[in-house]
Design a protein around this ligand. Structure first.
Ligand code: APR
Length: 314
C-alpha cells in the first residue's frame, strides 16, 4: 500500500514543525509548500537528514509549485501572516483572506479529494473562506482551534493541582478569539468535577489565562505567535482522519442547526474518522456557558461579515 500524502501549505513556524511531526509519527509522505523559494526546500532537506537517526522512510519534499501537492490525502493550511505584539487574531483578516483565497484555489485544482485542515487566523473566518472557495463538502473542511485551546486549559488545571495532564479532561468551545468558551461544567480531574477541587475565583483566573494564552506567547516571542502546540493540535486532527481513529475533538466545524448555529463555522466537539468530520457531538452546557457561546458566536458572525466586505472590495 502506498504511503499517505500530506500537503502542508505554508512552510513557516507551524508548517515546518508539522512536517517534522508527520515524519516522526510516520503518518506518510510530506509536501511542504510555500511562496518563498528556498524556505520549504531547506526545511524539507533538513528534516530528511534526520531520517536515519529517527528511523523514518517518508519522502519530505519542499516546493513552490502547486503541482507537487497533486493527489494529497490531507492539506493543512498555515499560509498567511502571524500576529505581532499588540495585534488580535482579527487584525490579520484582510491580508490572510487574500492569501487563503489563492491557497484554496490551489487545493481545489490539485488536491480535490483531500481533507482540509485550516490553521491560519482569524481561524473562524479563514475556514469559512476555504470551504466557500474549494466548494468541498462540510465533512472535508475543518478548522483547528479547540484542541489547542482545550490543551491549554488542561495544562493550566494540571499545573494548579500538580497532577498529570493525562488526568485532566476539558474542552474549550466557540470562536477562536478572546471570547472562546472554556466549558467548566465538563472539566474533570480523573472524573471529579474541577469545581470541587479549585475555588471558583481561581478557576476564573485560569480560564482568563486560557483565553489569552495565544496573546501571552505573542508578547513573549515578539516576532510571531505560538507554533509547537498549534502544530501538535493540527497533526492530531490529521492523524484521526488518516488512521480512522474516530476521536472526538473540539474543532471548528460547519454547523447546520447544531448548538443553534446555522451556516457558520464554530468550534464544537466533532468525531473525525476516515469520513472526515463524521459527526457533530452535542454536549450539555450550563445556562452561563450557553450565554457565553452566543456572545462568542456573535463575534464570529461579525468577523465573517468583515472578511466578506474586504473581499468584495478587492
Ligand atoms: N501561499 C503559501 N504560503 C504562503 C502564502 C501563500 N500565498 N503567503 C504566505 N505564505 C507563507 C509565508 O511565506 C510563511 O512562510 O506562510 C508562512 C507562515 O509562516 P509563519 O509566518 O512562520 O507563521 P506561523 O507561525 O506558521 O502561523 C501561520 O497560523 O496560527 C496561525 O496566526 C497564525 O495565521 C498564522 C498561521
Amino acid at each position: 500500500m502506498a504511503r499517505k500524502k500530506i500537503a502542508l501549505i505554508g512552510a513557516g513556524n507551524i508548517g515546518g514543525t508539522m512536517a517534522q511531526l508527520c515524519a516522526l509519527k510516520k503518518l506518510g509522505d510530506v509536501v511542504l509548500y510555500d511562496v518563498i523559494d528556498g524556505l520549504p526546500q531547506g526545511k524539507a532537506l533538513d528534516i530528511l537528514h534526520s531520517a536515519p537517526i529517527e528511523n523514518f522512510d517518508a519522502q519530505i519534499l519542499g516546493t513552490t509549485k502547486y503541482e507537487d501537492i497533486a493527489g494529497a490525502d490531507v492539506c493543512i493550511v498555515t499560509a498567511g501572516i502571524a500576529r505581532k505584539p499588540g495585534m488580535s487574531r482579527d487584525d490579520l483578516v484582510g491580508t490572510n483572506a487574500k492569501i487563503m483565497r489563492q491557497v484554496a484555489e490551489g487545493i481545489k485544482s490539485y488536491a480535490p479529494n483531500s481533507f482540509v485542515i485550516v490553521v491560519t487566523n482569524p481561524l473562524d473566518a479563514m475556514v469559512t473562506l476555504a470551504k466557500q472557495v474549494t466548494g468541498f463538502p462540510k465533512n472535508r473542511v475543518v478548522g483547528q482551534s479547540g484542541i489547542l485551546d482545550s490543551s491549554r486549559y488542561r495544562t493550566f488545571v494540571a499545573q494548579e493541582l500538580n497532577v498529570s495532564v493525562a488526568s485532566v479532561s476539558a474542552v474549550v468551545l466557540g470562536g477562536h478569539g478572546d471570547d472562546m468558551v472554556p466549558v467548566r461544567s465538563s472539566c474533570q480531574v480523573s472524573g471529579i468535577p474541577v469545581e470541587r477541587l479549585i475555588p471558583s475565583p481561581r478557576l476564573e483566573e485560569i480560564e482568563k489565562r486560557v483565553r489569552n494564552a495565544g496573546g501571552e506567547i505573542v508578547a513573549l516571542l515578539k516576532t510571531g505567535s505560538a507554533y509547537y502546540s498549534p502544530a501538535s493540535a493540527s497533526i492530531r486532527m490529521a492523524e484521526s482522519y488518516l488512521l480512522d481513529r474516530k476521536e472526538i475533538l473540539p474543532c471548528a466545524a460547519y454547523l447546520e442547526g447544531e448548538y443553534g448555529v446555522h451556516g457558520y463555522y464554530f468550534c464544537v466537539p466533532v468525531l473525525i474518522g476516515a469520513g472526515g468530520v463524521e459527526k457533530v457531538v452535542e454536549i450539555e452546557l450550563s445556562p452561563q456557558e450557553k450565554n457565553a457561546m452566543e456572545q462568542s458566536f456573535a463575534h464570529v458572525k461579525e468577523l465573517v461579515q468583515v472578511m466578506n466586505k474586504i473581499l468584495a472590495g478587492s
